[in-house]
Design a protein around this ligand. Structure first.
Ligand code: EPS
Length: 359
């Protein structure tokens, strides 16, 4: 059984939820490790005051007993503490009594770059909030919780995954500048996975290529507009003799321009992927838009938001890569119990004679 991940939740609704299926039984989860990743995602330079309201923590409703997975669907919840300010505005049911708190007035000023305009046109909403709430990157919290579970599974196979910001100092300077100008910025993050054996993914079916899967996972994150694997776009400028990673007798490479993936299959080197995030679309100095109620030119919605969320993206991208690698590993090595999964992996490592799995 492959791994499955379904999520639900609006930014200012009661909670974010995730259901993870296909996890092997007997996987030990550490609540503190999951919460630590949730906290990492909340930090970062340029985040909005919303992060002072939220203290994200995972709750488990099903699939776990005494810290070990049961092999049944794992149900995770991350509550939105800010919901207390939106109990009328984001009530799942028709609210009773006087309209109080936030979200009581319809939003009619779509922000260029957010889901606002496409969302109301596509779904027939009268209030932009009906689109923006789900499109919000708040939703990434529960994906980070799922990623932490995936990392626990990958650790059993000697794999570690780490996301980082390419040039943190420069990013912080750009954030300061943008804040002073009441603007926003994006940036680039990198995720590296160590210890992946050759053979995850396949060239046989294009959707199952590991690079295609990682690219889809990263492009699925809010505000990501570009993805590259290894040296990616720079490879287009090189000659073939310069672009490829020569194979040593021990089957390892001295270079890693391919980013650990050739023909959609992991090759045993570090997996290296990057994601480019556009500047966030909620601007304190709004762009031109239209008032959807009157049809007149107007300025886009201005509301509390982040100046940048690039450091958060590094954590979210790490989770997305971890989930995808865990899914590919589960497909390759199988097993209903963790011991079966590890046994399948060991037998494979032995067959291909791959000794160094920790590099
Ligand atoms: C977001 C807008 C802001 C961010 C939010 C993503 O939310 P709010 O409008 O409540 O201030 O803070 O991110 C989070 C809440 C989070 O936890 O990452 C958006 O429009 O995407």
């Amino acid at each position: 059984m492959t791994l499955g991940l379904s999520t639900a939740g609006e930014s200012h609704g009661p909670a974010l939820v995730a259901i993870l299926t296909g996890l092997p039984a007997g996987l030990v989860l550490d609540r503190a490790a999951i919460d630590a990743d949730l906290r990492r995602r909340q930090q970062g330079y340029g985040r909005s005051p919303r992060q002072q309201i939220e203290t994200d923590e995972v709750e488990v409703l099903a699939g776990l007993r005494h810290g070990r997975t049961l092999g049944t669907p794992l149900a995770l919840v991350v509550r939105n503490r800010d919901h207390k300010n939106w109990t009328w505005g984001m009530n799942p049911w028709p609210p009773e009594g006087e309209a109080t708190g936030k979200g009581t007035k319809p939003v009619t000023l779509p922000r260029p770059g957010h889901a606002d305009l496409a969302g109301v046109l596509k779904y027939g909403h009268a209030d932009v909030r009906d689109a923006l709430e789900r499109a919000s990157a708040r939703h990434t919290a529960v994906h980070v919780a799922a990623g932490a579970v995936a990392k626990a599974l990958l650790a059993q196979l000697g794999i570690s995954v780490e996301g980082s910001v390419a040039d943190e100092e420069r990013l912080r300077r750009r954030v300061d500048e943008a804040r002073a100008e009441r603007d926003t910025v994006g940036g680039v993050v990198e995720v590296r996975a160590r210890g992946v054996v050759p053979g995850l993914g396949t060239y046989a079916v294009k959707e199952e290529r590991l690079d295609a899967r990682l690219a889809a996972a990263l492009m699925g994150i809010q505000a990501v507009k570009g993805v590259e694997v290894g040296d990616g776009f720079a490879l287009a400028e090189l000659k073939g003799s310069e672009a490829h990673d020569e194979i040593r007798p021990d089957r390892r490479r001295d270079t890693n321009r391919a980013g650990g993936i050739e023909a959609g299959v992991s090759n045993g080197e570090e997996i290296v992927v990057r994601a480019a995030m556009k500047p966030l679309p909620t601007l304190m100095k709004p762009l031109a838009s239209v008032d959807l109620e009157t049809g007149e030119p107007a300025q886009a919605l201005v509301e509390r938001s982040d100046v940048a969320a690039v450091e958060a993206l590094a954590v979210v991208a790490e989770a997305a890569v971890a989930w995808e690698l865990a899914r590919a590993a589960k497909e390759k090595f199988g097993g209903d119990a963790v011991d079966d999964l590890v046994g399948g992996w060991r037998a494979y490592v032995e067959r291909i004679g791959w000794s160094d799995t920790s590099r």
